[in-house]
Write a protein that binds this ligand. Structure first.
Ligand SMILES: *Cc1c(COP(=O)(O)O)cnc(C)c1O
Length: 291
């Protein structure tokens, strides 16, 4: 496996960072997860735009242009001869001293691109649907650490994931500070009620997922009403269908939440239709590359 690092494509063994990198010391940096389907990088521009927005907010100046990063992503895929891949792109603050002062890291930001294959959940879960639970750890407050920043500091989500795993579940629902549904540990959440689609708004601790936006777009094209407003646990329990969206997970049906059966307890027709349409979109849209 080869990794893009600091302008070069190197062997995985040689892709190393300093122990003084603030990405390691403080989770100070930003990232994106992107997918390539059959030599098409899906929503590459949208991901790079979001990466730059995350970086802008934390005052991290990305040492390369958007165009350069897009080309570098493709070069990394080609170097690994990957037709289908999950791409992890990160920018760390770089080497500094042991303090927090970002001025000490000036000019040291590092761009790393890793391309690999991952399946987030076992295949059978996509067919049978996932059982998930609400966990005690709430999503970061937007006033404290805005979830729109896709930051390398993922402990908020990791704590929630630990709670789900300790309880014997694969995935967790995180609420916001008011007790409304925010999102899962790395995925957005949708419910279907009376053939209408609902998902929490991005203002309250929900990351504006690119897969989420794609699903909203597909639904509108299919004349399904889409609603971005707050969702309570009660509404979730009494929904007809529920599913999660994210670049890594794609679209995962949910059939049970906190011990309550959702709909008929199996993946529903709207979820299946959206998944099928999503697959079609990933087959034709994207930035093309050759191997
Ligand atoms: C990345 C991420 C998502 C999903 O966003 P996509 O753009 O669809 O991949 C959802 N929630 C969190 C916390 C994330 O980090």
């Amino acid at each position: 496996m080869k990794v893009f690092m600091n302008g070069k494509i190197v062997k995985k063994e040689d892709a190393k960072i300093s122990v003084f990198d603030h990405g390691l010391l403080y989770g100070d940096g930003v990232f994106e997860g992107i997918r390539a389907y059959n030599c098409l990088v899906f929503k590459l521009k949208e991901h790079i735009d979001r990466l730059f927005e995350s970086a802008h907010t934390i005052m991290l100046s990305v040492p390369y242009s958007k165009k350069y990063i897009m080309d570098a992503t493709i070069r990394t895929l080609q170097a690994n001869r990957l037709r289908n891949a999950y791409i992890r792109l990160l920018v760390t603050r770089g080497e500094g001293d042991l303090g927090l002062d970002i001025r000490k890291c000036q000019g040291n930001a590092k761009l790393i691109i890793i391309t690999d294959k991952i399946a987030l959940y076992p295949r059978r879960l996509y067919e049978q649907g996932l059982k998930i639970i609400t966990v005690p750890t709430i999503r970061n407050l937007p006033e404290a650490l805005n979830p729109q920043i896709k930051s390398l500091n993922y402990l908020n989500n990791i704590l929630a994931k630990i709670e789900a795993i300790n309880a014997g579940y694969e995935e967790a629902i995180m609420l916001d500070s008011l007790g409304y549904v925010a999102e899962c540990t790395g995925d957005n959440i949708f419910i279907v009620k009376n053939k209408k689609l609902y998902t929490p708004p991005q203002c309250m601790g929900t990351l504006r997922g690119i897969t989420r936006d794609t699903i909203l777009e597909i639904a509108r094209q299919k004349d399904i009403s889409t609603n971005e407003h707050v969702i309570t646990r009660h509404e979730m329990y009494n929904s007809d269908e529920c599913f999660l969206t994210g670049t890594a997970a794609e679209i995962v049906p949910v059939v049970n939440i906190d011990g309550r059966k959702i709909g008929r307890g199996k993946p529903g027709p709207v979820t299946k239709m959206l998944l099928e349409e999503f697959r079609k979109v990933t087959k034709k849209d994207g930035v093309k590359y050759k191997l």
